[in-house]
Design a protein. Structure first.
Length: 333
């Protein structure tokens, strides 16, 4: 039962207020924005895959086509230049043009988060300012990790504080230990949550205990925790996460928004049943097959996936069949 990927015109029409914006009731998630929040991060954000042509150039026409197809899905916003956007493989001018392209297509009430993390504090500060100029609403700043042995809590607090002090837009911390080999320490997160220009964290580590402690220890701050994967989205919501930045949303965006809706309505059995069907596909397009698997799956649902940039390689025919079987076995194809 493949999802419809219908085109919508005009691009990104004004959507009605989410149906779950109802008064808070017992057993539902909070539905009212925090007092004084500059940006409400509740909801689902797909970390966009960067489309490349057969010659491995950024294909902006295909990007716009994907944005058309995402227009009917009530995402809170989009993430550009995350791990799934092949950020390390993009030239500086490509990074800025991608942000500008998405911003032109996205209405002002949809948030645009842009990756701006570099290895040095100076480079991160400079790129964050340029992302703001290109139209980003929020900077998503991954942990510097090349000299990970020297990345103590003190070093990381100094790094993020300097970036946030100079940034013209709010900053969201980004911890993705599977790629960096470095978990942003909990004590550093708690300290940084007190900074007025640091509004949240995307945590992709999958340690639910850690995420619960983040929510608990930062609840007095204007700070929001985002689940970094669809595989533990429900568990994160139960513990107080605000939303999710999920690679699988590139493929199954509507079901993930439905999961978000079910949780906010307190319909936990339905939410659990849906979460169960998302776990294996999510694992397949993240840990199992990564970005090549994500892009291949996008093609089955009406989006443009296309090739990855080298040294990433396409899936083998047996891998494609295994990937397809995962989606089919959970009722998505």
């Amino acid at each position: 039962m493949a999802l419809s990927a219908r085109l919508v015109s005009p691009l990104w029409p004004a959507l009605a207020a989410p149906r779950w914006a109802a008064p808070r009731q017992h057993r539902r998630l909070s539905t009212s924005p925090g007092s004084g929040r500059t940006h409400d991060l509740r909801g689902i954000f797909p970390p966009l895959a960067t489309p490349f042509s057969p010659t491995r150039e950024v294909d902006y026409a295909q990007l716009e086509g994907n944005l058309h197809r995402y227009a009917s899905i009530p995402f809170r916003g989009l993430v550009v230049l995350g791990s799934n956007g092949e950020y390390p493989y993009l030239a500086p001018h490509e990074r800025l043009e991608l942000v500008s392209c998405v911003r032109r297509a996205l209405p002002k009430d949809r948030l645009l988060l842009a990756g701006s993390g570099c290895e040095s504090t100076q480079a991160t500060t400079e790129l964050t300012a340029r992302m703001a100029e290109a139209g980003a609403d929020v900077a998503l700043v991954v942990t510097p990790c090349y000299y990970r042995g020297a990345m103590t809590s003190d070093a990381l607090v100094r790094h993020y504080t300097e970036v946030a002090d100079s940034s013209p837009i709010p900053v969201v911390l980004y911890s993705v230990p599977a790629n960096t080999g470095l978990d942003l320490p909990l004590d550093a997160v708690v300290t940084l949550a007190q900074h007025p220009n640091i509004i949240g964290i995307k945590d992709s580590g999958g340690d639910i205990t850690r995420m619960g402690l983040m929510v608990h220890k930062t609840q007095q701050e204007d700070f929001q925790v985002l689940a970094g994967s669809a595989g533990f989205l429900l568990a994160s919501y139960v513990l107080g996460a605000s939303g999710g930045v999920c690679a699988l949303a590139n493929v199954l965006g509507a079901p993930l928004c439905q999961l978000d809706h079910l949780c906010r309505e307190g319909r936990w059995q339905e939410a659990r049943d849906l979460q169960h069907r998302l776990i294996e596909p999510n694992t397949a397009v993240t840990r199992r097959f990564g970005i090549p698997g994500l892009k291949k799956a996008m093609e089955w649902f009406g989006y443009y996936g296309g090739p990855c940039r080298a040294p990433l390689t396409p899936l083998s025919p047996p891998q494609v069949e295994e990937l397809k079987g995962t989606f089919t076995g959970n009722g998505w194809l």
